[in-house]
Design a protein around this ligand. Sequence first.
Ligand code: EPZ
Length: 420
Amino acid sequence: MDYLQIKGVKSLNGTIKISGAKNASLPLIAMTILAKNKVKIKNLPQVADIKTLLKLLSNLGATCEMQNDAMEVDTSTLTQTKATYDIVKTMRASILVLGPILSRFGHCEVSLPGGCAIGQRPIDLHLKALEQMGAKINIEAGYVQANAPKGLKGCDIIFDKITVTGTANIVMAAALAKGVTTITNAAREPEVVQLCEILNANGVKIEGIGSASLKIHGTNGKLIDIDEFSIIPDRIEAGTYLCAAAITKSTLTLENVEPSHLGAVIAKLEEMGCKFSIAPQTMTIHPAKTLKPIKIITQEYPGFPTDMQAQFLALATQANGTSIIEERLFENRFMHVSELQRMGANITLSGNIATVVGKTKLSGTDVMATDLRASSALVLAALVADGITNVHRIYHLDRGYDSLEKKLENVGAKIKRLQE
Ligand code: EPZ
């Protein structure tokens, strides 16, 4: 198994190119199930989760081939409608094929994703909405069996909680449904917005894009032609590198970034004393001389993203004073805390609130990644720790960060990928 060996540095310097967004790529790859043509997707990030979903589509009979810098996905040869446990267990976002497959074929079997490190992560809201659209759903032997032999019917859906992949799933199910579907309390993440924009540009009229109330006009079973598109930049990858600059007191420039997707993250870094020069598609962070402590509560977009909570917790160990970080979306998203404490961080947990007393000196040691964003928090801490840190189980990191060690090495980090 690979691990990262990181030596604490004085500072970083230079430019990092941001890759396409993992969490936009996943629903957009699933969306190709609604297409009658070969769909060209540009700017896909080279991360494990994308490879997993493309493998799932190939297992179902689709073909996915790289043509120059675009992935070409042809689902016209898709014949299977069962997403098996072996793939789904490695990536819960596989549930994103449920809506499109059910809408196109009238039946679908998807293994229940099961929980994951950060929480139970049920899919009850996805299933309840599909039932409202006329699907018969039952759970048997760990599989969701969904049937809608006469196709799905548009209806009014109100989500009890805001769910990102739940919204994406229902938007895609509604795309081929008969009639109009409204979604109230829809997720507004930029990744959901891009899915709606692409569908809307290719024959599925969607109103309210970017708002919490969507209206989707279904094609009544007609597959759509989807023009080539490019994935939006990954705002969480970008936010992670902004934290790398802030924690090492470095000036870094990010390219291929969408600053407007980072409002809450930029605001918090400014509160901590950082400054920014912002232009279309690029931004430069100017670090604070001394970081101020911060209060964070994670929320759905456009609030502070839960996917940036671990990174800011690592950053808060270097702030002068006490920071309070509250995780409101997931019940178990503080597993990075014990590893940071082993590096010397002064953090106490009470329920879903972490209190971080800074500034603490961190010492390099062996640490273990537990989930995707926790692993990036450990990398950030290692960048400023005294001595060498070995971050183990970085298969978690490889799920969502494209060439992280290369990107950091290019701006001066002392970081190497080694084999256990
Ligand atoms: C998406 O997960 C992201 N993943 C997550 O990013 C992100 O943390 C999360 O949204 C929140 O922003 C992808 O987009 C692939 P949710 P998702 O459904 O859709 C509860 C990363 O690091 N809920 O918005 O699975 C759920 O338990 C990953 O890239 C239900 O109760 O999250 C949670 O408490 C980690 N029933 C809350 O809603 C449901 O049917 C938000 O979950 C669905 C969700």
